[in-house]
Design a protein around this ligand. Sequence first.
Ligand code: AMP
Ligand code: MG
Length: 412
Amino acid sequence: MPLDDALARLLAHINPLTGTESVATFDADGRVLARDIVSDLQVPAFDNSAMDGYAVRSADVAAPGSVLRVTQRIAAGHTGQALQAGEAARIFTGAPVPPGADAVVMQEEAEVLAAPADGVPQVRLSSAVRAGQWVRRSGEDVTRGTTVLAAGLRLGPAELGLAASLGLSHLPVAPRPRVALFSTGDELVMPGDVPPEALPPGAIYNSNRFFLKALLHRMGCEVSDLGIVPDQRDATVAALKTAADHHDLILTSGGVSVGEEDHVKPAVQALGQLDLWQISMKPGKPLAYGHVRRSTQPGLAHFVGLPGNPVSSYITFLLMVRPLLLQLQGASRLMVPSLQLPAHFDWPKGDKRREFLRVRRNDQGGLDLFPNQSSGVLTSVAWGDGVVDNPAGQTIAHGDVVRFLPFAEWLS
Ligand code: AMP
Ligand code: MG
């Protein structure tokens, strides 16, 4: 099955989670906005100075060298009085421009003259003034009534700041997907449980559990780590049953090939439904999608079984599970933008499957290839900063422009 078809099929099953949470704007980083945010106010709320200097009436300063009387001083957070003809107000950045003034002269272009007999200081302005100069207009950032942040947007630091500038201490966001994570495989051992020198023959450390948990957290999920499930039908069924009740998604790795030791498929089928897809991608290929019926509550938990090979698991998560989790949260943007960059390597044999080659950007603006592209070599992912999305059967010659997908976009 082509990857795009598999993704479309997967997403066709995923309805956004119901309900909306109100979370403190401080805590909303990474969450998906559940409703449009329409501004009740103008930002800035008032015309204010963009500089430390003098607020003036531009008509008074038509020519360089004009001299004005400085009749008031306005600091940020304070307001001034109406400005009369021939007057200037000493003003500071962010302070409201007083009524009557329509421009600000920066202090570097003003010379304070010795105070005359009446004690009111005077300034000489060295250049002519344009109406509106160095004034930040009310509403130039946000106009009242506009949609500032749209439902479905994933909030990041800039969006949180913008929401705060509208006075919003809380934001309506989609619930976090609750994900039950477990690994399958009798060969798996947890770091910390067994020191490297005592690792039994045939055993390996469980690496998938670590990156999958971290990836899930980055996608805004609440993760229940259910540990390692042995390669036994009954144990797998029991783990799935527990997981279904309180979770929106059950995510497993390993055991989804069609070998005799792959127990995930029959176990899910016993409790719900499962399709095993052979996706035309490399690394990757086997992916299980289905659902598990809840025993104590109505409804279903989605099920995704990732391949066991670490690189396959990682890449399949990014390409399939990430969009699924975003759609659960009602996100409007499921895909990451790609870049067109020159390959600084040769790839003389295209594969019959679409390939995701681990590469790294170099200082010359091109892409270097990690030498070992095996699906078990996790170093390729740690070394790389993205993948080349190479169509099936495509060869690459040094200098060819290829489609680069940066990991940073996927992980944000
Ligand atoms: P499987 O899909 O269960 O046949 O596993 C495929 C390969 O991935 C085997 O070499 C497994 O040992 C390896 N593998 C499976 N799960 C993990 C895991 N959690 N961490 C590291 N390697 C794994
Ligand atoms: Mg296995």
